[in-house]
Design a protein around this ligand. Structure first.
Ligand code: IPM
Ligand code: MN
Length: 350
């Protein structure tokens, strides 16, 4: 049966990197004689400014009915000051599709991409599982006496036993499935003595079910230091929504920058959404300089999720090949454009 992918290119460099990710998908499918369809949706800042529409009514049911996966470029545009469209589309899909696993592999493909001294590819190979449906992202809170000298403002860090438990359990199950021996949970339970104590208690309870996996805890400030000091310590990291957001930008730095980092917003067994970690980067848009590798690797994660394991492996291998052969954009020390880099990767996939 044909694999049906909904494509939301989004804003800024989104359309340019998604063009190359789409090229990789259609090429790898053709090379293995499998069928795949890409259907584009215009949801973006342009579309919002033109029509007032962010994520249209009925979009959710339509996507669930007609597609096997969603590929998204990037969302964010300075013309939409509060980025309402991005909140509605990206966060809306994360929450409404209940995509509780934010899967962010951190993998160094070539020594010269890493800013740390004497760090080689086997030293940077871990996965961050970021909780993706609650925490500080729920947008609960408010202002009191707004725009006066007495203003009060709050945002609530909302954590549920169910939400914390399912992401921690997912991290342990992934460790077992992929033969990784250690799971590190990171929180700030020394200060957030209620919400993050829930993480502590839940982590201990779930870890007890996996006696063969080493369970380690680091406060998040120490985690950021340790990732830079010695990334070899990490195999699987599980953390909250906001900390995961911050830690994965830091970790992207070890891989060659944001242009290299891939991610999946996943509900196991259900319709899931795949987007590179980088944003829309408005200053780079339309210049053919954005690095398409993060988006192409993201397309690889999509294939892995829908069970196209061999095609997923081939996409990753083609990116590794391009890096070895200097088919690189300027952000990672190369001279090629977005399109030429994507074409080099597609040529390898053919
Ligand atoms: C990410 C992004 C998003 C987030 C923004 C665009 C809302 O930074 O996917 O990491 O904070 O989750
Ligand atoms: Mn982020």
């Amino acid at each position: 049966m044909s694999l049906r992918i909904a494509v939301i290119a989004g804003d800024g460099i989104g359309p340019e990197v998604i063009r190359e990710a789409s090229r990789a998908l259609t090429t790898v499918a053709a090379a293995s004689g499998r069928s795949l369809s890409l259907t584009e949706f215009p949801w973006s800042a342009d579309h919002y400014l033109k029509t007032g529409e962010t994520l249209p009514k009925g979009a959710l049911a339509m996507l669930q009915e007609r597609f096997d996966a969603i590929l998204l470029g990037a969302m964010g545009d300075p013309r939409v000051p509060d980025n309402r469209h991005a909140a509605d589309v990206l966060l809306g899909l994360r929450f409404q599709l209940d995509l509780y696993v934010n899967y962010r592999p951190v993998k160094l493909f070539h020594e010269r991409l890493c800013p740390l001294k004497a760090v080689t590819p086997p030293d940077v190979d871990f996965v961050v599982f970021r909780e993706n449906t609650e925490g500080l992202y729920v947008m609960m809170g408010g202002n009191f006496k707004k725009d006066t000298p007495d203003e009060v403002a709050t945002d609530v860090d909302l954590n549920t036993r169910k939400g914390v438990e399912r992401i921690i359990r997912h991290a342990f199950e992934f460790a077992v499935r992929t033969g990784r021996g250690r799971v590190t949970m990171s929180d700030k339970s020394n200060v957030l003595i209620h919400a993050h104590d829930l993480w502590q208690r839940t982590f201990r309870a779930v870890a007890a079910e996996f006696p063969k996996i080493e369970a380690r805890h680091l406060y998040v400030d120490n985690l950021t230091l340790q990732i830079v000091r010695d990334p070899r310590q990490f195999q699987v990291i599980v953390t909250s929504n906001m900390f995961g957001d911050i830690v994965t930008d830091l970790a992207a730095g070890l891989q060659g920058g944001l242009g290299m980092a891939a991610s999946g917003n996943i509900h196991p067994g259900k319709l899931s959404l795949f987007e590179p970690v980088h944003g829309s980067s408005p200053p780079l848009a339309g210049k053919d300089v954005a690095n398409p590798m993060g988006a192409i690797l993201t397309a690889g994660l999509l294939l892995e999720h829908v069970g196209w394991a061999e095609e997923a492996r081939r996409v990753e291998e083609a990116v590794a090949w391009a890096i070895r052969n200097d088919a690189l954009t300027p952000d990672v020390g190369g001279r090629l454009g977005t399109r030429e880099t994507g074409e080099a990767i597609a040529a390898r996939l053919r």
